[in-house]
Design a protein around this ligand. Structure first.
Ligand code: C5P
Length: 240
């Protein structure tokens, strides 16, 4: 494991975010080293946050990378606001919160004038209509997604996490001017894994995504840097 990451010139596509879904910080650092300048933006999620993810964030920032902290905050507004203030101190670039109005307003308040951008997770993609009904919601998942996009914009946060399929309709209904960060990306011919609503990198961008979150197609590849460069080359054909 490399103790500190060497600063690298950013030649990567800044719209490509690598999901650091790794079991240990050492594995994550080794992957970042292998990727070199092919990736400049990393997502640290719940797997790594409890075991040193914030220290990893600081190292990535010191190495000139951008960092997306996928906390999916959901708590009383005072706590969300204070958590957001603490997270701002780490210099991260993106943070997720659940897209409930009070939660989003608290996060917007907490980040104040910092450069941290906040994304709302509208409806978790593992929920379908039946699960929402079981939870007591009288809305279909699709309608709840659109309602929460509208509420995200009203709350003054910077965008949402959405599938590529949702992205096209979100752009149609709510226009441009906010971020849509899209997981479930699979280059043509690659394994879908457990993702159901997948899109190719070019299609997701054409549908209105501003950033793509990619995990296994890069980190499970024999040559992750080459896989990242191939995805970036496909992305470069679409400018939005
Ligand atoms: O390996 P894969 O490309 O499927 O990884 C996608 C990343 O995006 C994972 O970190 C996963 O947790 C995240 N994600 C997702 N679907 C969502 C929200 C986040 O796949 N709706």
């Amino acid at each position: 494991m490399t103790e500190n990451l060497t600063p690298t010139p950013t030649v990567a596509d800044p719209r490509l975010i690598l999901a650091l879904d790794q079991p240990t910080i050492a594995d994550a650092m080794a992957l970042v080293d292998r990727l070199g300048d092919s990736v400049s933006f990393y997502k640290i999620g719940l797997q790594l946050l409890p075991i040193g993810g914030m220290e990893l964030c600081a190292k990535l920032k010191a190495a000139g990378k951008q960092v997306f902290l996928d906390y999916k905050l959901h708590d009383i507004p005072a706590t969300v606001e204070k958590a957001t203030v603490s997270i701002c101190g780490a210099g991260a670039d993106l943070l997720t919160v659940h897209a409930e109005p009070a939660v989003m307003r608290a996060a917007a308040q907490g980040r104040a004038n910092s450069s941290l951008k906040i994304l709302g997770v509208t409806v978790m993609t593992c929920y379908d209509d039946a699960m929402l009904a079981e939870m007591g919601y009288a809305m279909k998942a699709r309608d709840l997604v659109f309602r929460r996009v509208e509420q995200s914009l009203e709350a003054g946060i910077d965008g949402v996490v959405a599938s590529a399929q949702e992205a096209a309709e979100i752009r149609e209904k709510f226009g441009d001017g906010f971020l849509i960060v899209t997981p479930g990306i699979r280059p043509a011919g690659s394994d879908a894994g457990d993702q159901k609503r997948i899109a190719t990198p070019a299609n997701a961008l054409a549908d209105g995504a501003t950033h793509l979150v990619v995990g296994r197609p890069i980190h499970a590849a024999e040559n992750p840097a080459a896989a990242a460069r191939a995805i970036a080359a496909e992305m470069a054909q679409v400018s939005r």
